[in-house]
Design a protein around this ligand. Structure first.
Ligand code: NDP
Length: 248
């Protein structure tokens, strides 16, 4: 039997670079995978492309920055799939700018999509997980939430806040079979990072002791491990996967 057979996994922003690798890895481990999407046309195309390659993902619309949208999405997921055992809060955006130029819109958008979303989505599923006595919440944070980053006061604050959420909820659910953990990826070779001009990318890579970018599959493997029964004693942790770029 596969490690996640019989489990339902919900991945927010599952259609993105890291999200896609997470969806594939969880499905390969036996889970039924539901991904939220924001843009319908791209999500439908993503779904059929992966179906053609043997992965049948369910997709459902949800703006994770809207609490009401999350309530409606959760109602659909519960009706269609009976609930969620593994929740991966992965959706995220950047709206970079130095602090002196940062607008309230840039600040609010990043806090809403990257941090408030974790409350909005998790709130819908944790009670059922604790009632059942088994659940996994995995929050995709960032190296920049651990070390800060020039031009990212909004993003770093949201990603650091995400781990504060992780540690607190982990304490509330520890005795109920529900673990809550963060993963803090370093620079990962997604489309976004590969679109950075080559000379800038070379400078980023020069600052990574391993001398390379991470692979989305390496983050996905960590998610699958944290979702498994083998990781039952790990909770409230923030696991770095950054090629040695930041050690704490
Ligand atoms: P992508 O931009 O490829 O994917 C982000 C996903 O989030 C997309 O599917 C997007 O959907 C979704 N999303 C954005 N806004 C919303 C919203 N309001 N409601 C619902 N979904 C939304 O990013 P990555 O795969 O690179 O990043 C995934 C996560 O990993 C993010 O949280 C990011 O901060 C984090 N991370 C990434 C690193 C990297 O090097 N790539 C490094 C460290 C952390 P749509 O396209 O439909 O808008």
């Amino acid at each position: 039997m596969k490690a996640l057979e019989g489990k339902v996994a919900l991945v927010t922003g599952g259609t993105g670079g890291i999200g896609t690798a997470i969806c594939i890895k969880l499905a390969d481990a036996g889970a039924k995978v539901v991904s939220t999407y924001n843009h319908e046309e791209q999500a439908r195309e993503w779904q059929s492309r992966h179906a053609a390659m043997g992965h049948e993902f369910v997709i459902t619309r949800c703006d994770v920055s809207s609490y009401d949208d999350c309530v409606a999405m959760a109602d659909r997921v519960k009706a269609d799939h009976g609930g969620v055992d593994i929740l991966v809060n992965n959706a995220g955006i950047t709206k970079d700018g130095t602090f002196r130029k940062m607008t309230p819109d840039q600040w609010n958008a990043v806090i809403d999509v990257n941090l408030s979303s974790v409350f909005n989505v998790t709130r819908q599923f944790v009670d059922a997980m604790t009632d059942k006595g088994w659940g996994r919440v995995i929050n995709i944070s960032s190296i920049n939430g651990q070390k800060g980053q020039f031009g990212q006061t909004n993003y770093a604050a949201a990603k650091a806040g995400m781990h504060g959420f992780t540690m607190s909820l982990a304490q509330e659910t520890a005795r109920k079979g529900v673990t809550v953990n963060s993963i803090s990826p370093g620079y990962i070779a997604t489309e976004m990072v590969m679109a950075v001009p080559e000379d800038v990318r070379a400078k980023i890579i020069a600052g990574i002791p391993m001398g390379r970018l991470g692979k989305p599959e390496e983050i996905a493997a960590l998610v699958a491990f944290l979702a498994s029964d083998d990781a039952a004693f790990i909770t409230g942790a923030n696991i770095a996967a950054n090629g040695g770029q930041h050690m704490m």
